[in-house]
Unconditional design. Structure first.
Length: 307
């Protein structure tokens, strides 16, 4: 499966497509998606040209969120021009609280083809940013990060490099409540192993974390087994291991964990659990999402979003 629809909500606000020349309405409660459509790209227009037009609106300083759509040749060129332009706009986008990079569908660019870059300058440029997301793991990197206001971080990839995971877990995010990592599969560049997630499972990172998503992973069984006995689980409201290769082994570990029953939601959709295990999970007394039952042996399981 691939990504077939654009994001409709980000940072708790609706996402709307911005059309050049139209005024920014309700900017305080809207995330505007700025997309370089194919026709404009064919005429030689660049994504940075669109941003410049966007910034001409007098309401730009009141905009809550920006969602970056497609840019030209995003499967070949890193997102450096657009990133640099956003960094340069810091004094104009003074109310920006939410920023998402590369909200594209498979028709625009497959997730594993998207070329990213070091996104640290964006977090540094917007110290009051509360929600940050990025799609695509190719060339994606984070430097040493300390951000005092970030509440949610989402990284979507068909295969996420371990360097990114390590950088995130080493970051200083005292206000982080939502951490969502699409770890992906080794076939598309995932290099994280269970040991790399160990600092997270100690429960000492991110003191305000309520939602943890370790999604779209071919390590779902070992992750579930590790987190079932983790101190972190005792303070989570939502555990999301969806879109991966979870089977009865990992699910059984979760079902045995007393801390699981304190969750508000256990999201496991797209999984490889048996009917009997699904029934057991649904009897835990909490909301459990076990939609999307797949079939396959442990050697023939697939994450939901790879290419």
């Amino acid at each position: 499966m691939t990504i077939g629809e654009h994001t409709s909500v980000f940072g708790g606000k609706s996402v709307v497509d911005w059309t050049p020349g139209t005024p920014l309405t309700n900017p305080e409660d809207t995330c505007f998606r700025i997309t370089l459509w194919y026709e404009a790209s064919e005429k030689g227009e660049e994504w940075t040209d669109l941003l410049a037009k966007f910034l001409e609106d007098p309401a730009a300083g009141r905009v809550y969120g920006i969602v970056v759509g497609s840019w030209s040749d995003m499967w070949e060129d890193a997102a450096i021009p657009g990133l640099e332009a956003l960094v340069a706009a810091r004094d104009q986008l003074t109310s920006l609280k939410a920023l998402f990079l590369a909200d594209v569908t498979f028709e625009e660019c497959e997730i594993s083809w998207i070329q990213q870059t070091d996104v640290t300058p964006l977090l540094e440029a917007y110290p009051h940013l509360e929600h940050f997301g990025v799609r695509g793991g190719q060339n994606l990197s984070f430097g040493k990060i300390s951000h005092r206001h970030l509440k949610s971080l989402t990284i979507e990839a068909g295969g996420l490099g371990v360097e990114v995971v390590r950088a995130v877990l080493a970051a200083d995010f005292p206000e982080l409540e939502h951490l969502e990592l699409w770890l992906g599969t080794q076939w598309y560049g995932a290099t994280t192993e269970l040991v790399d997630l160990a600092p997270l499972f100690t429960g000492r990172l991110f003191p305000k974390l309520k939602y943890l998503g370790l999604k779209n992973s071919d390590l779902s069984d070992v992750i579930a087994t590790a987190i079932a006995d983790s101190p972190l689980l005792e303070r989570l409201e939502v555990l999301d291991l969806s879109m991966g290769t979870l089977g009865d082994e990992g699910a059984a570990a979760l079902a045995r964990s007393p801390a699981v029953k304190n969750l508000e939601l256990l999201d496991l959709h797209h999984h490889y659990c048996s009917d009997e295990m699904m029934e057991k999970l649904q009897g835990l007394g909490i909301e459990v999402d076990v939609e999307g039952q797949e079939s396959g042996t442990s050697e023939h399981r697939y994450v939901e979003v790879g290419e």
